[in-house]
Every structure is written in structure tokens, then in C-alpha cells.
Design a protein around this ligand. Structure first.
Ligand SMILES: C[S@@+](CC[C@H](N)C(=O)[O-])C[C@H]1O[C@@H](n2cnc3c(N)ncnc32)[C@H](O)[C@@H]1O
Length: 257
């Protein structure tokens, strides 16, 4: 599957004499939807930060992994969660919609001699696994790339593939672009300050992001309250969603036994 997808992509680019971004009238790169295939190195860097390591550790602690667990990592990227979980469980399915990310991750698993893993190029909204076939589903910073209705489809899929009693733990950006709520306002100020620390480049990034938000092309983070309701509505129990002291939050839920 991975090989086929990559072949199709290579074929498409061979037939393209002018890169799409250089064609007259093409949207500038920063105004297009993010193509994760172009961001493997950026994600490696982000996954190596203390902030992402702290998220990983909190997610794994909440998941209370067992040696017999079959685990799914949704939006696995460069393997922040899957690599740490694999030695602790029976099997890991690592899924990501980006073929380049998956190829990179597969090479990493091979290099490290980790054999209890399958990597799938797939979307979170149509999981390629059988009903009730996993004990635990993990995810980190993937769901804010999905619109609200896609998030709903992804939750239904997670519930479907979990066995009764199975655990679902994920971290994500959890706030709304809104000034009505105090936490949302604080997070927006925090993110803006973080960008402005980078001087003129940061100002430019802030302006680009503001343009993306206004034109509906930015990411789609949802609030802690939104996630709580969505998890309950999707039929999960023991739902607990917690805001962290930055833009992120962590959720725990269980498929009813
Ligand atoms: C910010 S990265 C996080 C990766 C990894 N979980 C981590 O914590 O380092 C988001 C990842 O989600 C993937 N992704 C985005 N939308 C997706 C979707 N609809 N289905 C599956 N993966 C998706 C991207 O390709 C990317 O690898």
C-alpha cells in the first residue's frame, strides 16, 4: 500500500514540468493546506522538544500500558508515541496520512530493530482495522488538523476499533480562536508572544497565521468542553479532559465494557 501510494506520487511529480507553486495564479505555499510530506524534518525537531516529551510521558502514564496490549497511534508522525510504546506492548499499529512520514517511521523502526509494529498510510476518519481489535488508542497533536465533523468521524472510528473496555488517550491543542473565554484569550496571547520572540520573521508568521484564520485555512483546534461533549456523544465513558498550562490539553476516555 505504502509502495503503491509512493509510486503514484512519484509518477505525478515526474509528469509536472512546473511546480504548482510557481504556476501563474497558484496560491502561495503558506496559504495552502499543510502538506505533511514536506515537514518530516520539522516534525522530528518538534518531537524532540521538552514540551512534546512531556506530552508523550503524560499520555503514556494515563494509558497504563500492559505487555499484552494491541495499540494504535493515530497521526503517528515521526513516532513520538509509537516508538516509546512499542517496547511496552504486544503490537503497535502506527497510522498517518502522510506517505513520507510513514516511510520515515518505517525506516526508524527497522533501524532500531523494533519488529512488533505495522505502519499504515491512512486517514484518521477511516481506520483500516477490524472492530474491537485494539486495547488502546493513542494520539498526539493530530486531531486539530481535522474539522469538527471529521473529528466526529474519527471518534466513531476509534470507538469501533477499540475492544469493550479499551482506553483512548490523546493530547492536542485545546482552545478556540475566540476572545469570549478567558483561557482562549490567554492561549492566543501566549502563541502570539511566542511568535513575536522571533523578531521580524515572527511578525511575518503572525500575519500569515492571521490571514489563514480569516480565510478559514488555519488548523481547527477545539476546546476542552467541546472534546468532553464529543467524547460523551460518541459513546465513551470515564471521560476526563484536562487543560494544560499552554495551548494543549489531554483527554482520557474508555469504550464501555
Ligand atoms: C503535529 S504532527 C504530530 C505527530 C506525532 N503524533 C507527534 O506527536 O510527534 C500531526 C501528524 O498528524 C498527521 N495527520 C494530519 N491529519 C491526519 C489525518 N486526517 N489522518 C491521519 N493523520 C493525520 C500528519 O501527517 C502529522 O504526521
Amino acid at each position: 500500500m505504502l509502495a503503491l501510494t509512493l509510486f503514484a506520487r512519484i509518477g505525478a511529480s515526474v509528469g509536472t514540468a512546473i511546480a504548482p507553486e510557481h504556476r501563474r495564479g497558484a496560491r502561495p505555499r503558506w496559504l495552502r493546506s499543510k502538506n505533511w510530506d514536506e515537514h518530516v524534518d520539522d516534525l522530528e525537531e518538534m518531537a524532540g522538544t521538552p514540551g512534546f516529551h512531556a506530552l508523550r510521558d503524560r499520555i503514556l502514564a494515563l494509558a497504563r500500558l500492559n505487555a499484552s496490549d494491541r495499540l494504535l497511534d493515530v497521526g503517528a508522525g515521526t513516532g513520538l508515541l509509537a516508538l516509546a510504546a512499542a517496547p511496552q506492548v504486544a503490537h503497535v499499529s502506527a497510522l498517518d496520512m502522510s506517505p513520507a512520514m510513514c516511510r520515515h517511521l518505517e525506516l526508524k523502526f527497522n533501524r532500531l530493530g523494533i519488529g512488533n509494529v505495522d505502519v499504515f498510510v491512512n486517514t484518521a476518519t477511516a481506520l483500516p482495522l477490524a472492530d474491537g481489535s485494539v486495547d488502546v488508542v493513542l494520539s498526539n497533536y493530530c486531531f486539530h488538523h481535522l474539522g469538527d465533523s471529521e473529528k466526529g468521524r474519527a471518534l466513531a472510528e476509534v470507538r469501533r476499533v477499540l475492544r469493550p473496555g479499551g482506553r483512548f488517550v490523546f493530547g492536542d491543542m485545546m482552545f478556540r480562536i475566540s476572545i469570549a473565554n478567558q483561557r482562549d484569550r490567554a492561549v492566543i496571547v501566549l502563541l502570539a508572544r511566542r511568535m513575536l520572540r522571533h523578531g521580524p520573521a515572527g511578525v511575518l508568521r503572525l500575519l500569515k497565521n492571521a490571514t489563514r484564520i480569516v480565510t478559514g485555512r488555519w488548523e481547527h483546534p477545539s476546546s476542552v468542553g467541546w472534546w468532553h461533549n464529543a467524547l460523551v456523544q460518541a459513546g465513551f465513558t470515564e471521560v476526563a479532559v484536562q487543560a494544560l498550562d499552554h495551548e494543549g490539553g489531554i483527554a482520557f476516555a474508555r469504550r464501555p465494557a
